[in-house]
Design a protein around this ligand. Structure first.
Ligand code: SF4
Ligand code: SF4
Length: 713
């Protein structure tokens, strides 16, 4: 017993250890059969795919692969051999559908596909997506890729782009790429339907799925009706009055009123998944011999007292017609003669007293994809003894499993992105509503200094924590590039819709920029801006000395961010690589996206900017930020300047000017809206009758007047 257990353990350990060796051996073996073949592009791509695989990636994509063989035709793929037989295919998204990611460059994601349409796994060989660069740990990327091993052509639910938070667009692109590629490979190399895809629903005559007779009944592939003698008498009485009855000779063998009068079953024999399951492949083919191309074979079986068959089809006076039944579809009748039928013996678990198949040639016009009625015509007599016929109908509706249906139009990737981001978009909508409400009700809010300060700090903390660190929702010049490039690079709306959060944020920023200027975004919705402000407020709380930049120096330094904006955006038209490097002027990626998990020069630069911000509030925003500079330039066309000023501002009083953390209020008292971040600090002063001199004077006058009135009365 112990020896047995030891043997099993040793065997399993050996199998695990051998897996990479087997994979290595597979890759070392020649992929081309000995006879040299013409090397066309598909063959070359398939060979190149084999070259790219390593033992480890092969084991990830198709565990247990024993050999790889070339497959002829397109798309390029390798047949995976196990036990000397084709077990499935190996393919790359790059070779098959040229799937591209967020970067616009095709990634090389290799996956394995079994013959039954289930995937075996995947391996990401190469990509230019900013996944790890966006702070997604390697293990999370591995988990995401491993999800492909639990998918089928019908369901890719196991692949979860949400595992790649902050890089979900790349995840979605990869999921969509493997799904499309797997369908193409399966259609080309397994079902052979790639070149003749079904454009409209068609009867699946050859597709075979093993099903028992019970399963065929349950699916509706076989259907039937049963009517007792008691029930048929009621039907006759309803149609022909009391005393109306079916012909007497139908009751000869009946014992009780509950005996079956009719037990009728029908099915469409033509599809292999019905006929071959009931009668076996050989008999099924024999049954189909007379149907001709695209013809149909209908089975009818009956038990009980009444049969759909009689001797009428032997009688010349009936024109050899079956007089007791007909098929009716959309008002068109189909009748049968002695030339159209054949008796059949019992199928598997499927036996009737009368069992016949009826042949309908293609030009008969019966549409097997639409419901049709088997109408029994039961002769009898009325109460008055006159001849009558009652019709009893059995409707047959072929289940979809026996139809070839055109593939449903794929859900656009951007729609899927919005469906899976509903919660995040809702939370962002609440944040934007709060910010909008601040500006709509600003005159009331700023009258309550403490409440307003708490509200502002709360919004900034949420912007930094949730929008920035958690969701990675930091707008950047890279987003501006995409907008500026769109008309030239053919970038459509659907590309922008791939990232719902950034899309909503961009639209909101654009609207508010044209209404109020750059301040709504920079002052409230930029995570890095929020971080600077929160750090500076903490520094001030800890009495860190603040440096005041003189107006002259400040005006010269402001120019830097505008130059940076023009340079960084202009470079995108010169060289993508140069623009990429220039974008590193932004510390957003280092601080917000990857949370300082980068090489030391980037981290040092970002920390230096944050340190400067401890002494000069919003140092980076004021003098360096290319995004802030761009928004400021675009925001010059804003519609409103709705920060209030008094005639005394700049002439008799300069409190607001010295309080403005951005130095955006000039000595004249005017606000420079290009530099204003809409923090509303000056508006708090504006309504503060303990700080604003004109208000203090007015309050003093009021109090003096009240005191005077009080003393005279
Ligand atoms: S200036 Fe730049 S860093 Fe500052 S808030 Fe605006 S976008 Fe953010
Ligand atoms: S204090 Fe006033 S002028 Fe200065 S940034 Fe804030 S809102 Fe703009």
């Amino acid at each position: 017993m112990v020896a047995g257990v030891v043997r099993v353990v040793v065997f399993r350990l050996a199998a695990i250890a051998a897996a990479p060796l087997v994979a290595a051996a597979v890759l070392a073996a020649p992929a081309i059969p000995a006879a040299a073949q013409d090397i066309d592009v598909n063959t070359a791509a398939a060979l190149a795919l084999k070259e790219r695989m390593t033992p480890v990636t092969l084991e990830q994509a198709f565990p247990g692969a024993e050999a790889l063989e070339l497959v002829n035709g397109r798309p390029p793929a390798l047949a995976v051999m196990i036990g000397g037989e084709v077990a499935g295919h190996l393919f790359s998204t790059k070779d098959t559908v040229n799937a591209t990611g967020y970067s616009g460059v095709a990634f090389d994601l290799v996956a394995g596909l079994r013959l039954d349409g289930s995937l075996t796994g995947a391996a990401l060989l190469w990509h230019r997506e900013a996944i790890v660069g966006r702070g997604v740990p390697e293990e999370r990327l591995d988990d995401f890729v491993a999800g492909f091993g639990a998918t089928t052509l019908k369901s890719f639910r196991a692949v979860r782009p949400d595992l790649l938070k902050r890089a979900t667009v790349s995840g979605r692109a990869m999921k969509a790429g493997v799904r499309s590629a797997a369908r193409v490979v399966h259609a080309a190399h397994v079902t052979g339907t790639l070149n003749n895809p079904v454009a409209e629903p068609t009867l699946d005559r050859v597709g075979f799925v093993p099903l028992t007779t019970e399963q065929l009944w349950a699916a509706g592939s076989i259907t039937g009706t049963q009517v007792s003698i008691r029930e048929i008498i009621k039907i006759f009485e309803k149609a022909g009055g009391d005393g109306a009855r079916p012909d007497r000779n139908f009751f000869r063998g009946a014992r009780t009123m509950d005996d079956l009068f009719i037990d009728l079953a029908t099915t469409l024999v033509s599809p292999a998944s019905i006929g071959s399951n009931l009668y076996g492949d050989g008999r099924h083919k024999f049954m189909l011999e007379r149907q001709g191309e695209n013809g149909l074979v209908v089975f009818l079986g009956s038990g009980g007292q009444f049969s759909f068959a009689s001797n009428s089809h032997f009688q010349v006076e009936n024109d050899y017609l079956f007089t007791r039944f007909k098929i009716v579809q959309s008002g068109q009748e189909f009748r049968f003669t002695r030339d159209d039928y054949r008796r059949v013996s019992a199928g598997v678990g499927f036996s009737y007293k009368d069992s016949m198949i009826f042949v309908l040639p293609a030009d008969a016009g019966l549409d097997p994809l639409q419901p049709y009625d088997i109408v029994l015509m039961i002769p009898g007599t009325t109460e008055a003894g006159e001849a009558m016929v009652v019709e009893h109908t059995l409707t047959y509706n072929l289940p979809d499993m026996h139809k070839l249906l055109p593939p449903p139009p794929p859900i656009p990737v951007w729609v899927e992105a919005w469906m899976t981001s509903q919660v995040d978009v809702s939370i962002l909508a609440v944040l934007l509503l709060v910010v909008t409400a601040v500006f709509v009700f600003q005159d009331s809010l700023v009258r309550h200094r403490r409440f307003y300060v708490a509200l502002r700090m709360g919004v900034l903390a949420f912007t930094l924590g949730w929008l920035g660190f958690y969701m990675g929702g930091q707008l950047s010049v890279v987003n501006l590039w995409a907008i500026v490039q769109a008309p030239f690079a053919g970038i459509g709306l659907s590309t922008f819709l791939l990232d719902p959060l950034i899309f909503v944020l961009t639209v909101y920023t654009a609207i508010t920029m044209f209404v109020l200027g750059r301040g709504v975004f920079c002052g409230w919705l930029c995570p890095f801006g929020a971080l600077q402000e929160l750090l500076n407020k903490t520094a001030q709380f800890l009495h860190v000395p603040q440096l005041r930049v003189s107006a002259v120096v400040q005006e010269r330094l402001w120019v830097v961010k505008y130059l940076a904006a023009v340079a960084v955006i202009g470079l995108i038209f010169v060289s993508v690589d140069l623009a990429d490097r220039a974008a590193e002027l932004e510390p957003f990626k280092t601080v917000i996206t990857v949370k300082l998990q980068r090489e030391w020069p980037f981290v040092t630069y970002a920390l230096a900017l944050l340190a400067a911000g401890l002494f000069v509030e919003r140092f980076y925003c004021r003098f360096l930020c290319p995004l802030g500079g761009s928004l400021s330039l675009a925001g010059r066309v804003r519609m409103f300047d709705w920060l209030k000023r008094k005639p005394q501002c700049g002439t008799q009083c300069r409190i607001c000017e010295s309080d403005c953390p951005l130095g955006a209020i000039q000595a004249t008292g005017e606000i420079n809206f290009n530099e204003c971040l809409q923090c509303l600090d000056c508006q708090v002063d504006y309504y503060d009758d303990e700080r604003c001199p004109p208000l203090i004077q007015r309050r003093n006058r009021k109090e003096a007047y009240s005191a005077q009135r009080y003393s005279t009365t």
